[in-house]
Design a binder for this molecule. Structure first.
Ligand code: SF4
Length: 758
């Protein structure tokens, strides 16, 4: 057993009481989302109802999951906490670093050698700190979580945006940055803006070529890539309960594409069957005891418009299969309209590659339905025209579908089975192509299809559909083929129509696996050494950041006055830099290289006030650090918007920047800066931004009396000897002021933990 049954039992024991307490506070019938959120409030029930879309609320998630790319910095930070074990059950999954090229065996073996030091680090740090470790080849994080860890009513955070997949098994599961994962593992609360609620009522029943994927493709078309922002989607209705658990997972998974905080389904018979089928009958038995609270109240579902902020209704009996794209997952086409759209828009009609699987769509049901199409092609002498690629989501699924003959069917039609990993879904695809820039089309059953996502080619038109539609179109080799109405020609020249797909939700002989690829952590990890070579350029053990010296800040050099948009991507660029995400010093060489310098309108070219020369920004900051001189970043509105990336806060801190003064912050980044012990301040009067000159030396006063709601003062010393001064604001609460004084939140956790041992 890899899951924590005791934790789940304890949770269910107190769950109904918490829901009843919530009723008194909220005072109206409850959605499922409200029941689960209130049951996970940090340190007991609150005595106030929270305002949707406004209140920031602390939660206590039950579990943390991390993928191998993002886990590196999260765990390097966790090591700083001084704790000997993680505070909540946590797992690491090695799935993102495996490049797909020729097939599962060779690709996995190459990845193990190329990423050896990262895997060794993750395996050893997991072993030491009580974290479950899923080895390379074990599977994709979200499929493995669904098969092993998700449970109805639970709350989980994961360092990956498709963590939301676990909503298919009734878990509120939310993607976060590594700093949040570190906090929860270290025993701190996790903050979330209380979400708005969107109800999705599903009526009718799926049939024929239509599958669960088509529901989310349709929802994406309705809500667009931004329509779910700040909201949780709660699915309900007869159509919802008729969907398989893994089908529900597919829908929740792709909810990330509409910007939703997460999506969720209520506990039902399909979830119970899936729990039993994946070796968790005990969890189903516990959930059965509180099942009335693992779904929304009847009154809510009878009158959803009264209790949700928005309601969408979809009749599954009328839903057509959809194909979405290109370049965005919300461009939704019912299949009956798609061929015309391809011709009208002049998209490449030839389908070069069909790819099925990934964490989104590689369930037993998906594979068996796709295989039922592939089998027809082989049986009827139809040659597959496109390349065809299969990515199983986990070793358990791969082993089971291989045992049941499905992989043979795909291989017979020329399909290539990749390692149980992300591969082409995240651009880890050494695609065989003579011209990597040519215009071409691919169709996947993945979730994202933004330009360059799969193969790095901006001219690849990537479309998204269900595995069975992808398989049918790959056989036809054409985007304009509609399997619902069109015929294919077999090797005898006869016209053949593909029958509707047939699938099985759960394997009749049960799931099986020889080696699932799981390493349980040591009971006592105190003697385990974390494997990091001091000469590594990919990994570096962190040093605690220095504490504040207790004095006002004086003589700060202006590192940059950034103009316009400055997202976390401008502050810490991705792409090739991600290789160094476990090595703070190396990745710091990308600090702010995407930001525009106000004074010369150039990126990565700033004045070094020590020499008067212009140079790259990271080098300039390293010169200030070497000289023992503090510095400050000044920027425009919404500084640090974009994905929560802890590197964007850690890099300036590491290189010696002390303060960030902006017109406004993106909230998550502002909190990340505070956690790292930086001073994050805003102009009281935004016009004061204009007073800052290139050669300014800057003081920050009133820090010695740093207090909640008490402004600070900035003094500018201009080169001509004149000065300017103005008030600046901050949003530090008492706890956060302590973080600043201690040099960062982790320094406090470490001290508290050490004190508790005395
Ligand atoms: S398969 Fe794709 S969507 Fe799923 S975790 Fe991997 S990269 Fe993300």
């Amino acid at each position: 057993m890899v899951f924590d049954l005791d934790m789940i039992k304890r949770f269910y024991e107190g769950y109904s009481q918490k829901v009843e307490a919530t009723r008194k506070v909220v005072n109206h019938p409850l959605t499922l989302t409200e029941k689960i959120l209130y049951a996970h409030l940090w340190q007991g029930n609150a005595d106030a109802a929270f305002e949707r879309g406004k209140s920031y609320v602390d939660f206590a998630p039950d579990r943390v999951a991390m993928q191998d790319a993002t886990a590196q910095m999260a765990l390097l930070q966790f090591m700083q906490s001084g704790r000997t074990k993680v505070s909540v059950p946590s797992t690491v999954h090695c799935d993102h670093l495996i490049q797909a090229e020729v097939g599962a065996v060779a690709d996995l073996s190459r990845a193990k050698s190329q990423n050896k030091e990262v895997y060794d680090f993750l395996a050893s740090v997991s072993n030491k700190y009580g974290i479950g470790f899923w080895k390379p080849g074990a599977g994709i994080i979200h499929q493995v979580v669904l098969e092993n860890y998700a449970f109805p009513g639970g709350m989980m955070i994961g360092t990956d945006s498709h963590t939301v997949n676990a909503g298919g098994l009734g878990t509120i599961a939310i993607g976060v940055g590594g700093a949040d994962a570190c906090d929860v593992m270290a025993g701190l609360p996790w903050e979330l803006k209380f979400p708005k609620l969107i109800g999705v009522k599903l009526t009718g029943k799926l049939s024929g070529w239509t599958s669960a994927k088509d529901i989310i493709l349709k929802v994406a078309g309705i809500l667009t890539v931004k329509g779910g922002t700040g909201a949780i989607l709660e699915y309900f209705g007869e159509g919802a309960t008729s969907l398989s658990c893994t089908g529900k997972g597919t829908i929740c998974n792709m909810g990330a594409e509409i910007g939703a905080t997460t999506s969720i389904f209520g506990y039902d018979i399909k979830m119970a069957e899936y729990l039993k089928g994946t070796g968790r009958a005990e969890v189903a038995a516990e959930a059965d005891k509180v099942q009335e609270n693992l779904t929304g109240d009847n009154e809510v579902y009878d009158h959803p418009e009264k209790y949700f902020d928005q309601v969408i209704e979809i009749n599954l009996s009328e839903l057509e299969p959809h194909i979405n794209g290109p370049f965005t997952p919300d461009l939704a086409w019912p299949i009956s309209k798609f061929a015309e759209a391809v011709r009208t828009n002049n998209w490449p009609e030839e389908l070069e590659v069909g790819l099925i699987g990934s964490c989104t769509n590689s369930s037993y049901e998906d594979i068996s339905r796709a295989a039922s199409i592939a089998r027809q092609a082989s049986d009827q002498g139809i040659k597959t025209k496109s390349e065809f690629i299969i990515t199983p989501g986990s070793e358990q699924v791969r082993y089971t579908v291989a045992r049941d003959g499905y992989l043979d069917i795909f291989e017979k039609m020329g399909g290539v089975v990749l390692a149980n990993a992300c591969g082409p879904c995240i651009g880890q695809w050494a695609r065989h192509s003579k011209d990597p820039n040519r215009k071409n089309s691919i169709l996947t059953s993945y979730n994202r299809n933004f330009a360059k996502r799969n193969d790095g080619n901006p001219n690849t038109h990537a479309f998204v559909a269900s595995p069975e539609i992808t398989t049918a179109l790959a056989i036809a080799g054409s985007l304009t083929f509609n399997p619902v109405t069109d015929y294919l020609t077999n090797d005898k020249g006869e016209k053949v129509k593909l029958e509707e797909p047939q699938g099985i939700e759960m394997p009749l002989k049960g799931f099986a696996v020889e080696d699932a690829g799981f390493q349980a952590p040591a009971e006592d990890g105190s003697n385990i050494q974390v494997a990091v070579s001091p000469t590594s350029d990919r990994l570096q053990i962190l040093e605690p950041f220095p504490t504040w010296n207790g004095a006002d800040l004086s003589g700060l050099k202006l590192l940059i006055k950034a103009k316009g948009k400055c997202t976390t991507d401008h502050i810490s660029m991705a792409g090739p830099w991600l290789k160094y995400r476990g090595h703070l010093d190396n990745i710091s060489n990308n600090l702010l290289i995407g930001a525009l310098n106000f004074f010369n309108e150039k990126t990565n070219l700033v004045k070094n006030q020590l020499t008067g020369e212009y140079g790259p920004l990271p080098e300039t900051q390293r010169a200030y650090k070497a000289a023992g001189v503090g510095s400050i970043i000044v920027a425009d509105e919404n500084y640090g918007e974009g994905s929560s990336r802890e590197h964007a806060a850690m890099e300036p801190r590491h290189l010696g920047v002390i303060a960030v003064l902006v017109k406004s912050f993106a909230r998550i980044h502002e909190t990340n800066l505070k956690k790292q012990g930086m001073l994050a301040i805003t102009f009281n009067n935004k016009e004061d931004y204009n007073k800052i000159l290139e050669d300014d030396v800057i003081d920050i006063k009133e820090l010695t009396s740093f207090a909640v709601d008490s402004p600070l003062e900035v003094v500018l010393h201009h080169k001509d000897g004149t000065t300017d001064s103005f008030p600046v604001n901050h949003t530090y609460n008492e706890q956060q002021i302590e973080w600043f004084k201690a040099g960062g939140a982790l320094n406090i956790i470490r001290k508290e933990f050490a004190d508790s041992k005395k």
